[in-house]
Design a protein around this ligand. Structure first.
Ligand code: PLP
Length: 391
């Protein structure tokens, strides 16, 4: 049989990162490629205990269909957490989703028509390109510096393209680790205020700041924006829970789109996560994650400085799970990838993260998922591969 697929499927490739992950299943490979939290960050025992309690005390409810909007106590917990950050988000403005990834898909579904302009950072989160890409928009990329998106480019792009959306990851961005300064957050909000471009702020790493001054989400300065959050990096990605907050009118459409997609997210998972968040010391848990990732990040950054050849640069993130390496001009991280695989070390070549005109001398390293021994050995192997490529 000849399968005829929708034309939109021809425009979006399979995730490059997920394809690489298959190559790196070989246990001898040290992989800095995935975007995985450290397994030691998972509260196995606590989740096991609350799962039993939920099933014993509320089993019939937990295993039943639930509301599309989400489990009300969990929506309230999310709303209160924002309140502590100085953000006013009513529980009714929170929709629980299957990870923030589903939030991105729903945003694409309700806002994008073919050829609509969408602004993204340069580079940006690969799976957002994939998610929005299915709705066939035209992407325009905005340069990033160490304080965040370039506001002149943003201003020009708003004037020129009248974009439907501006998608950004202002805190500890995937892939670069860059976090917007407070000033930059305010400037972005100022430019977008009273503008019909919807700001979509993706914030799965905001709670994983391990150094420097804390900054509120851009939404603190831009009420009418959309803000996505996730339990993947603070509890567990396998539980597949995130959320999206949006003004009432948008929420209405998101709920319709979610109903069409999956009716609702797993009530059992929501009840387990809510009970865990309510009954256990989440602050202590977050502290443990931050301490662990800071150690791993410090080690990786210092080894890169010691062992990588001169002319190689890397970001020094204050949170999150990734750092971004720029090789000297003219070098290709794709060629490096082949050499590195022979040395049994993997990373993600940067080209995957560009909506247009990729910069070939860049690459992403994940530091959260590797032990200190693996970081030492892996960076050593990668340094050898870079020197080999230089020769
Ligand atoms: C920037 C960004 N947004 C969204 C996601 C998706 O996360 P979730 O597990 O909540 O679907 C990720 C996951 O790595 C991410 O890095």
């Amino acid at each position: 049989m000849n399968f005829e697929f929708a034309s939109r499927m021809g425009k979006v490739p399979r995730s490059f990162v997920r394809e690489i992950l298959k190559v790196t299943e070989d246990p001898e490979i040290i992989s800095f490629a995935g975007g995985l939290p450290h397994p030691e960050s998972f509260p196995y025992q606590d989740i096991k205990e609350v799962a039993v309690q939920v099933l014993e005390e509320n089993g019939a409810q937990a295993l039943q269909y639930g509301a599309t909007e989400g489990y009300q106590p969990l929506r309230e917990w999310i709303s209160q957490r924002y309140q502590r950050m100085g953000l006013k988000v009513d529980p009714e403005e929170v929709l629980v989703t299957n990870g923030s990834q589903q939030g991105l898909d729903l945003v694409g579904k309700i806002f994008l028509n073919q050829d609509d302009a969408v602004l993204v950072e340069r580079p940006t989160y690969l799976a957002a390109l994939q998610s929005f890409g299915l709705y066939e928009p035209k992407f325009h990329s905005l340069a990033l510096d160490e304080d965040g998106v370039d506001v002149n480019s943003l201003k020009m792009a708003l004037d020129e393209f009248h974009p439907r959306l501006f998608y950004a990851v202002p805190s500890f961005q995937n892939p670069t680790g860059i976090s917007y300064s407070l000033n930059r957050r305010k400037e972005v909000a100022r430019l977008l205020k009273d503008n019909d471009t919807v700001f979509v702020e993706d914030n799965p790493y905001g709670e994983i700041r391990f150094m420097g001054q804390d900054n509120p989400p851009v939404k603190a300065f831009l009420d009418e924006s959309i803000l996505l959050g996730s339990f993947s990096k603070i509890v567990s990605p396998g539980i597949r829970l995130g959320w999206i907050t949006a003004p009432g009118e948008v929420m209405d459409k998101l709920i319709t789109a979610k109903q069409a997609s999956d009716l609702h997210s797993s009530l059992l998972s929501q009840m387990i996560v809510h009970r865990y968040l309510s009954d256990y010391n989440v602050e202590a848990h977050l502290k443990k994650i931050r301490r662990m990732y800071k150690r791993q990040r410090d080690l990786m950054v210092s080894l890169i400085k010691e062992e990588f050849p001169e002319g190689v640069q890397c970001t020094e993130p204050e949170g999150g799970m990734f750092l971004w390496v720029t090789l000297p001009e003219g070098m290709s991280s794709l060629e490096l990838f082949d050499l590195a695989l022979k040395e049994k070390v993997a990373f993600v070549p940067g080209q995957a993260f560009y909506a247009e005109d990729p910069q070939h001398n860049t690459l992403r390293l994940n530091f959260s998922n590797s032990s200190e021994e693996k970081i030492k050995e892996g960076i050593n192997r990668l340094a050898r591969s870079i020197k080999e490529l230089e020769e």
